[in-house]
Design a protein around this ligand. Structure first.
Ligand SMILES: Nc1ncnc2c1ncn2[C@@H]1O[C@H](COP(=O)(O)OP(=O)(O)OP(=O)(O)O)[C@@H](O)[C@H]1O
Length: 319
């Protein structure tokens, strides 16, 4: 659990944080989003004390972060940034092992941990001997995430960790992150500029502007966009459409849907599966010019999903 209580920070006359109150429960991912210069990175860095606060306090696991010895705090908190900053002369293995070695882990223990992390991040073990210069941008980012997780810290701070890669690689990294997070359940604070990334990764989206938190909700709760003004203009009119990508057709409880009845269609080849995300389902409806589509269930039943099912789902999550 991380708590920020009335945290403020100025650089000279420039106020970066203006009385931040924020609570991130254990095992949740809070994504900070907002325009350039609104204070996202500064907020992140107050947590691991890379930035000292002028006022207020940061509490990590029930204790003020200023009451931890620096090395103990660092052990608690993994840190991962855009561009990664891997040591160029170290191999992938040596890069990931940096913190566990500092902590005096046994080599056998380190080895097991590295292999598990590499596996979770989707990199083959043949990469262990490579140097950072031999990796693509996306591969380097994966190694960066492995390094941040190496000593198994309960808290992970990520500052635009997937910012410098192409959209396709970024999507793969986001999927890998979600899989890792599902398993490890770290308390994560993640900074991004990208609304879609926030939607896909966040348990809570924290919208910032001018050193303040202006909204803090689960991604679905913004779907109605009841708030006018900054939050609405920042997240954009297309927010509900983007939100659809977060949910797969599973969320529609396909097993309760009526059987597919359209006599003209419905061969198994045309069926969608429950893993298809709702944005793709909607695109497919538009492409086929159909308001209902067949879905093949695992028990081989073919059921019907209608456009209104998607609309109702959006309404349900935004309540
Ligand atoms: N080391 C520093 N010295 C002086 N001013 C700083 C420093 N770091 C940040 N600032 C200022 O504090 C404010 C908040 O910066 P911060 O980096 O936290 O914003 P951000 O939301 O992360 O921005 P971006 O999205 O562009 O990375 C900005 O006005 C910035 O210019």
């Amino acid at each position: 659990m991380i708590q920020l209580k009335q945290v403020s920070k100025s650089y000279g006359s420039q106020r970066a944080l203006a009385g931040i109150d924020l609570e991130i429960p254990q095992g949740e991912c809070a994504v900070l989003i907002g325009p350039s210069g609104c204070g996202k990175s500064t907020l992140l860095k107050t947590i691991n004390r890379m930035v000292a606060v002028d006022g207020g306090e940061v509490v990590v696991d029930g204790k003020r972060n200023t009451d931890y010895a620096p090395e103990v705090l660092r052990r608690q908190i993994g840190y991962c940034i855009q561009g990664v900053g891997l040591f160029p002369h170290f191999t992938v293995r040596e890069n990931i092992a940096v913190v566990p070695r500092l902590l005096g882990w046994k080599e056998r223990e380190i080895d097991g941990r590295i292999r598990r992390l590499l596996d979770m991040s989707g990199l083959p073990s043949s990469y262990l001997g490579k140097k950072p210069g031999q990796l693509s941008g996306g591969e380097s980012q994966r190694v960066g995430v492995c390094r941040a997780l190496a000593a198994d810290p309960p808290v992970l701070l990520m500052d635009e960790p997937f910012g410098a890669v192409d959209p396709l690689t970024r999507e793969k990294l986001q999927l890998a992150f979600n899989q890792i997070q599902e398993e490890l359940k770290k308390t994560v604070v993640f900074v991004t500029h990208d609304v879609e990334e926030a939607i896909l990764l966040a348990d809570r989206v924290v919208v910032m502007n001018q050193g303040r938190i202006v909204s803090n909700k689960a991604p679905g709760k913004f779907a109605g966009l009841l708030e006018e003004g900054f939050v609405k203009s920042f997240l954009g009119n297309e927010y509900p459409l983007r939100l659809l990508k977060r949910y797969s057709a599973k969320a529609l409880h396909l097993e309760d849907k009526p059987p597919w009845t359209n006599p003209l269609q419905g061969g198994a080849g045309e069926c969608l599966t429950q893993e298809t995300n709702l944005k793709e389902v909607l695109s497919e409806m538009m492409r086929r010019n159909e308001q209902a589509l067949p879905f093949l269930l695992q028990d081989n039943r073919v059921v019907q999903v209608e456009y209104m099912d998607i609309v109702h789902h959006l309404h349900a999550v935004s309540k």
